[in-house]
Ligand binder design. Structure first.
Ligand code: ATP
Length: 607
């Protein structure tokens, strides 16, 4: 019966009402533009919907003829033909609906396929700040459920609007053609059942929402007070009676709501059943009056057609009355997706970007200022040059801005003041792919994909030969470990590399960067303490790199610092001291302090 089982979720929550998007013509045009590539299939769907909706009504019309000409006219042959025609039309209409469903889901799947790919590509171009400032869950929700929602809009919302409108219009036209007086009576009774249905549905929905809240409250009380620590607190403070009263209150509210809810269901059915039978009865009554008192040419068959058509209108009317809800939800869905797609790509290739033949890895920071958020300056007037073939160690207290400095080189972020140049060219003027290819970073947080060691290494150089892989692993001091594994390079690393130790992960990521063979090598030393054997293995791996490559090292251990040609001491985002170890240690400043507290301890461990 009309809308009986479709009450849940059929009304907008206060939050949905407050966030209802503004529907503008450009928004509609943009939504339609996603369907344009499939306009041919879409046209077929439209034709199928029109045909199947109209065919769906034909059996109702044929019923009139079956009664008047077949049964009352006692024409057996015609009766059989009409019955067969009616069955045939129903079958055809349903078959067309199957074809239409297939095409519809084909279009929806292809549309969402396009949207997902477009969104993924766009997200890949987003600056790093996007990923640090947005909740990962939100990003994934937009990629998955929001886009899947679009599929529902195409396969269900859209089809339902169209087929219900056509069914309704066709039914009204046929009814008026049969008899305009009865058609008007039919139209007049529609609000009689739609209004109470909606009213009862809304009341039930509100009660369900309320009882859900009450249920949450009860669960909250149980979780709080029946947990080990919760019970301890209740007992120690003698709050048993108070907690019981709180629980009993919520429990009482719950039973009241449940009774109300089940009664609302019963009233609802009484109302719906009564009102839905008022329509046909009125038609029989008025039809009878017309035939008996006004000598109308109306036949029993005609009245039956009108009654059947009226019955066919309940469903579409109810659906269309709920369309506003579906419509607002669908628009909100598209708006959320477009919001992401419209986020500007702030770090992108300059149209006149330069791609040099070869990189040497020289870096120049020219009075660089940087802030992640406008109100909090992180780097101030950072100015230094890293000559090709040399190395710089950056040291400083935690949070002073060391990682931020290196993030600016491959343009994970762009500077706010001054400039960063790579091989004499402002990084913003360099081809982004060239720049990122020329810089290799081993970061503090080593990230390995869930796969084998080999797969992780090949990420840097997909066409690397077996020899190259072994050579890189040897240089990174991880070959021996790999050879000890039963599966060698094909050993799985586990989710995010969790099957490996911190030191092993770091050495694999050094090997990965070595395979990439960048002009500039950046090593962000892990602050988390590794055991001394792991540390010395990493040291052995990076020492030759520091001496032979242009490199920047964020260092926490003396041995790494000593290997660099120059040391920059960063404090609160500025270069506070710079020079070589022997000079800095005598200054009696931040470096001396770091040396005595942090590096000194490391030295003890190494010794
Ligand atoms: P550590 O030695 O602990 O790694 P660090 O010297 O490398 O520290 P940075 O990571 O450069 O420090 O951070 C410098 C400051 O910038 C910190 O105060 C940090 O809170 C802030 N910061 C870092 N990343 C972001 C970000 N994505 N958004 C906002 N602030 C950030």
């Amino acid at each position: 019966m009309a809308g009986g089982g479709r009450m849940g979720g059929r009304y907008l929550t206060e939050e949905e009402k407050a966030n209802a998007p503004k529907v503008t013509w450009p928004l509609i045009k943009r939504i339609l533009s996603n369907i344009t590539p499939y306009w041919k299939q879409f046209s077929v769907v439209l034709v199928c919907i029109v045909i199947s909706s109209v065919l769906g009504l034909l059996p109702s019309v044929l019923t009139g003829k079956i009664i008047d000409e077949g049964l009352i006219g006692q024409n057996m042959k015609l009766l059989v033909i009409l019955i067969c025609a009616s069955l045939g039309v129903t079958l055809l209409s349903n078959l067309i609906q199957v074809g239409e469903s297939y095409l519809n889901s084909w279009i929806a799947q292809h549309m969402t396929f396009d949207m997902r790919n477009k969104m993924y590509k766009h997200l890949q171009k987003m600056p790093q700040s996007f990923f640090t400032s947005n909740n990962q869950g939100d990003i994934i929700t937009r990629m998955t459920s929001d886009i899947s929602g679009v599929e529902r809009v195409v396969t269900s919302t859209f089809t339902s609007i169209l087929s219900n409108t056509i069914t309704l219009v066709a039914a009204v036209v046929i009814m008026f053609r049969e008899n305009w007086i009865l058609a008007l009576v039919g139209a007049a009774v529609i609000p009689l059942f739609t209004i109470p249905t909606r009213w009862a549905g809304k009341t039930r929905w509100e009660l369900t929402q309320e009882s859900q809240e009450c249920n949450d409250q009860i669960n909250g009380i149980l979780n709080e007070t029946l947990s080990v620590s919760g019970q301890l607190l209740v007992k120690l403070f003698g709050q048993e009676q108070k907690e019981y009263d709180r629980y009993e209150g919520a429990n009482r509210r719950m039973i009241k709501l449940n009774i109300k809810e089940s009664m609302a269901g019963k009233w609802f059915m009484v109302i719906v059943k009564t009102f839905s039978s008022i329509g046909p009865m009125l038609l029989y009554l008025v039809g009878g009056i017309l035939i008996m008192k006004h000598d109308s040419s109306l036949s029993v068959g005609d009245i039956t057609v009108l009654v059947t058509l009226l019955g066919r209108m309940y469903g579409p009317v109810n659906s269309l009355l709920n369309i506003q809800v579906e419509w607002i939800r669908s628009m909100a869905l598209f708006t959320r997706i477009f919001e992401y797609l419209d986020m500007p790509v702030t770090i992108k290739n300059d149209p006149d970007a330069i791609t040099p033949e070869k990189a040497v890895g020289e870096v120049r920071f020219d009075h660089v200022g940087f802030a992640y958020e406008p109100e909090r300056q992180i780097l101030k007037d950072v100015d230094f040059t890293l000559k090709a073939g040399t190395s710089i160690a950056i040291v400083g207290p935690s949070g002073s801005g060391k990682s931020t400095i290196i993030n600016l080189i491959p343009r994970l972020y762009d500077v706010c003041d001054g400039s960063v140049s790579f091989d004499g060219v402002d990084v913003r003027k360099l081809d982004l792919e060239f720049l990122r290819d020329s810089v290799g970073i081993v970061s503090q947080e080593t990230y390995l994909f869930n796969g084998t060691i080999r797969e992780n290494l090949l990420y840097a150089k997909p066409d690397a030969t077996e020899e190259e892989l072994f050579a890189a692993c040897e240089k990174a001091n991880i070959l021996e470990f790999i050879q000890r594994q039963e599966k060698g390079l094909d050993t799985p690393v586990g989710n995010r590399g969790l099957k490996l130790s911190g030191g092993e992960k770091q050495r694999i990521s050094i090997a990965r960067v070595l395979l990439k063979n960048p002009a500039l090598f950046i090593f962000d030393e892990a602050t988390a303490s590794l055991d001394s054997i792991s540390e010395s293995k990493i040291q052995e791996a990076i020492d030759p790199i520091i001496h032979s490559r242009t490199s920047i090292l964020i260092a926490h251990r003396l041995s790494t610092i000593l290997a660099a040609d120059e040391i920059l001491v960063i404090k609160d985002g500025v270069i506070a001291e710079r020079g070589v170890h022997s000079d800095l240690v005598k200054l009696g400043g931040i470096y001396t302090e770091l040396y005595e507290t942090q590096f000194g301890r490391a030295l003890d461990v190494e010794a």
